[in-house]
Write a protein that binds this ligand. Structure first.
Ligand SMILES: [Fe+2]
Length: 302
């Protein structure tokens, strides 16, 4: 199944979902990982300059994608999507079946993305495996983007991917294309515009509504089956303003802050492991079948 990708389709400004991820790689180059430069001082002026740079050099499609995302992800929008999707009443599928379903999302002809969604996920998982991480970590790499099946349910790109951010409180200036929030109706709601907004300080991210997308959706599908560390990776892997830029600490508990070390440990595998090398599906399948059945029942509600 292929989805319409015409630039004139206002719900699909990106030629493919990887365009957003490519933009993230420009913004967060591998050499700038916190682990790679632990003692780097933060230069606020330079950071601001770089910020404007990412924005001015972004492809028009990426810019339009962020414009739509920031315009439409309101507090009410998020509540409505949660009511709709978190009933988990659309399908019943096992994990591998869901991977194959996601694989029907053939969304472009960009030569940079000649690998399928499943192949990308296998690459991520295989890199985690090669680095000697625990089995649940490998499994998390394999499934972390399964929530992108939202696209196959007809959801617009800006409600499936994109850096996530809390709704119902002030938008951090760490969020790229911040200016587009001016057109978000929530910007005119004073109760949403204080630093903590509708939330109490230190209330914990579990009590905070993030912009809607594939992270939260998959978290809700798998939350009964994986260790806490894995669930944090899945739920917050796109929460770049927090895990890469340190924003929203005032909404976090001590546990959140501790668990974000795992989100950061996962991030390099998410962003930097994609290559053109095609994983050998037939050879890998038995390992992953075992791994999946170690943690998951045969069927899950989606
Ligand atoms: Fe993702």
């Amino acid at each position: 199944m292929s989805k319409p990708t015409s630039p004139t389709d206002s719900n699909a400004p990106l030629a493919n979902l990887e365009e957003w991820e490519d933009f993230l790689k420009v913004r967060y180059p591998e050499s700038d990982q916190p682990a790679a430069k632990p003692f780097q001082a933060v230069d606020a002026t330079k950071a601001k300059e770089q910020f404007r740079n990412y924005e001015s050099t972004a492809r028009p499609s990426v810019r339009e994608f962020y414009r739509l995302n920031h315009r439409h992800q309101t507090f009410d929008f998020v509540q409505n999507k949660k009511r709709d999707f978190l009933a988990l009443s659309r399908r019943q599928m096992g994990i591998w079946e869901a991977l194959e379903y996601l694989n029907t999302l053939v969304d472009d002809s960009d030569p940079d993305t000649d690998l399928s969604q499943l192949e990308h996920l296998l690459q991520t998982a295989e890199q985690i495996r090669k680095d000697g991480h625990p089995r649940w970590f490998i499994l998390t790499g394999l499934i972390h983007d399964l929530g992108k099946i939202l696209c196959l349910f007809g959801e617009p790109q800006w409600a499936v991917v994109g850096d996530t951010f809390p709704v119902g409180c002030a938008y951090s200036d760490k969020i790229v294309f911040h200016q587009f929030f001016a057109d978000n109706p929530d910007s005119g709601e004073p109760r949403y515009q204080s630093a903590t907004g509708v939330y109490a300080e230190d209330c914990g991210l579990d009590n905070v509504h993030l912009s809607w997308g594939h992270d939260e959706y998959l978290y809700q599908v798998v939350k009964d089956y994986l260790p806490t560390e894995a669930l944090y990776m899945i739920r917050y892997h796109s929460f770049y303003p927090a895990h890469r830029d340190g924003a929203y600490a005032s909404l976090m508990t001590e546990q959140d802050k501790k668990m974000f070390d795992w989100v950061r440990a996962f991030n390099p595998y998410d962003l930097y492991t994609k290559s053109h090398e095609r994983p050998n599906l037939g050879k890998l399948r038995p390992f992953y079948d075992d791994l999946i059945s170690e943690y998951f029942p045969a069927n899950l509600r989606w």
